[in-house]
Design a binder for this molecule. Structure first.
Ligand code: ATP
Ligand code: MG
Length: 439
């Protein structure tokens, strides 16, 4: 890692080989220790830690006193000489000549950044700016950034066009999930729960392969460890393909993301062992899922959605990433394409829809989409929704809409499941949940 500021070096840019050189480091006062006549100051920066060592009598008294007094977590810039020291974090220490306190921290800290004193998640989220200074949290978000880059690289490589669709909308994407109403001048509008309708409309544009990585808003009342009210979704839509092709793309993408995260040196700091999942993932259909559940003593009526408890039971049985396919249309959205009775011998009330499970939490949902205007209109109405509200969407199906398929993948669900983190809030910088609107 190279420091962007002139003359400043990151702790990890310096080694014992720089013995005798003058360097300038800058960062936060991580720890202070006084051992006999020696004072140690550990300075933390993005790269890591640098030990600054002051021997009483060898440095100016004024500097010694100032270093001793500077509160922990203050921002300092220090200039000094590099000296090799086996016991120091990177095998060297800095013998300081100058210290500039760029911002002095208040004495009582909301959190301990050394990780020695643990804190409740709520306390950490309240002081998130400081929680981000801890090693574990920092690495989670660097990994998050890597995951997003890996997803973009993967899709760009395959000729996808990245798009941005509106987040302020006039209609619900699908019935069911509650929406956040907002006031839009003299009208009521909503925060979008998914880019579904818009990415489908783009299939009528001839773009063929689109993706979007953006927030989705769900006014879900419940307070769980896997739901947020504002989440980030990776959505794709592909023309001239069926559910099969986008499922293959999804499993390849997941495996690719894992390989990119595996390369990250900071993983060791999270005490994690990741195994890249083998593709293709296992596929079971909905009927098989309810049969497995019934054998495990959990009765699900055909046509009923799988509860969290059912997801857990199945995850215990299967214990790897897997797809559940061929869902009853009744529990899938109106845009899911019903099975092809003639070509595939499927029942008409079964849709070409799938969920990807990790194995106890849903990571993604997708399907082949209805591309017939008449069927789509009928489906909307049969779900008890008014076709009028969907006119702008339905219109795009009237003038040449290719067959298409796609999915939506929750970024936070992917991260939490990959890293073995129990609470989804851990992988969002500033989570929005039933109780939390700030910071
Ligand atoms: P669930 O049944 O787990 O609540 P869902 O079926 O309502 O999810 P979809 O509408 O299928 O979710 O959205 C696609 C993906 O977006 C989900 O598989 C999930 O990864 C993510 N997602 C949806 N809602 C949320 C949420 N409230 N918080 C975090 N991620 C979400
Ligand atoms: Mg779903």
């Amino acid at each position: 890692m190279k420091s962007p500021i002139r003359n400043r070096k990151y702790a990890t840019e310096i080694t014992a080989d720089n013995e005798g050189e003058h360097v300038r480091i800058a960062g936060w006062v991580h720890e202070k220790r006084h051992l006999g006549g020696v004072f140690f100051l550990v300075v933390r920066d993005l790269g890591g830690f640098a030990q600054v060592t002051l021997h009483k009598g060898e440095v100016e008294k004024e500097l010694f006193e100032r270093v001793k007094k500077v509160p922990r977590e203050s921002v300092v810039a220090i200039e000094g000489k590099v000296k090799s020291e086996k016991k120091a974090p990177n095998g060297y220490e800095i013998i300081p000549e100058r210290m500039e306190v760029q911002s002095e921290a208040s004495q009582v800290l909301p959190l301990d950044t050394t990780g020695k004193v643990g804190a409740e998640l709520d306390t950490r989220l309240d002081a998130r700016f400081m929680d981000l200074r801890t090693e574990r949290t920092k690495h989670i978000f660097i990994i998050r950034s890597r995951v997003l880059k890996a997803i973009r690289d993967f899709l760009d490589e395959r000729g996808f066009i990245e798009t941005n669709t509106p987040k302020i909308v006039s209609a619900a994407t699908e019935g069911g999930t509650a929406l956040f109403p907002i006031s839009y001048f003299e009208r009521e509008a909503f925060l979008n729960q998914s880019p579904q309708l818009y990415k489908q409309m783009l299939m009528a544009s001839g773009f063929d392969k689109v993706y979007e990585i953006a927030p989705i808003f769900r006014a879900e009342e419940h307070d769980t460890t896997k739901h947020l009210n504002e989440a980030t979704s990776v959505d794709i839509e592909v023309a001239f393909v069926s559910d099969k092709e986008v499922m293959a793309l999804l499993e390849e993408l997941i495996a690719f993301v894992y390989t990119k995260v595996m390369d990250y040196p900071g993983l060791a700091k999270l005490n994690l062992k990741l195994d890249v999942p083998k593709t293709p993932f296992r596929r079971i259909n909905y009927d098989e899922a309810i049969k497995l559940l019934s054998e495990a003593g959990e009765e699900i009526e055909w046509g009923e959605d799988l509860s969290t408890s059912a997801e857990h039971t199945l995850g215990d049985i299967i214990s790897e990433l897997y797809f559940i396919t061929d869902w009853p249309c009744a529990i899938k959205p109106f845009y899911a394409q019903p099975g092809d009775v003639e070509a595939e011998g499927k029942r008409k009330d079964i849709c070409n829809a799938f969920d990807l499970m990790h194995p106890k939490v849903e990571l993604a949902s997708g399907s082949q989409r209805v591309h017939s205007y008449e069927l789509l209109k009928r489906n909307i109405e049969s779900k008890g929704l008014s076709a009028d509200g969907f006119e702008f969407y339905l219109d795009s199906f009237r003038y040449g809409m290719p067959p298409h398929a796609g999915w939506g993948l929750g970024v936070e669900r992917l991260l939490m499941s990959m890293l073995g983190i129990d609470n989804i809030r851990e992988v969002v910088l500033f989570p929005r949940d039933r109780r939390r609107l700030a910071p």
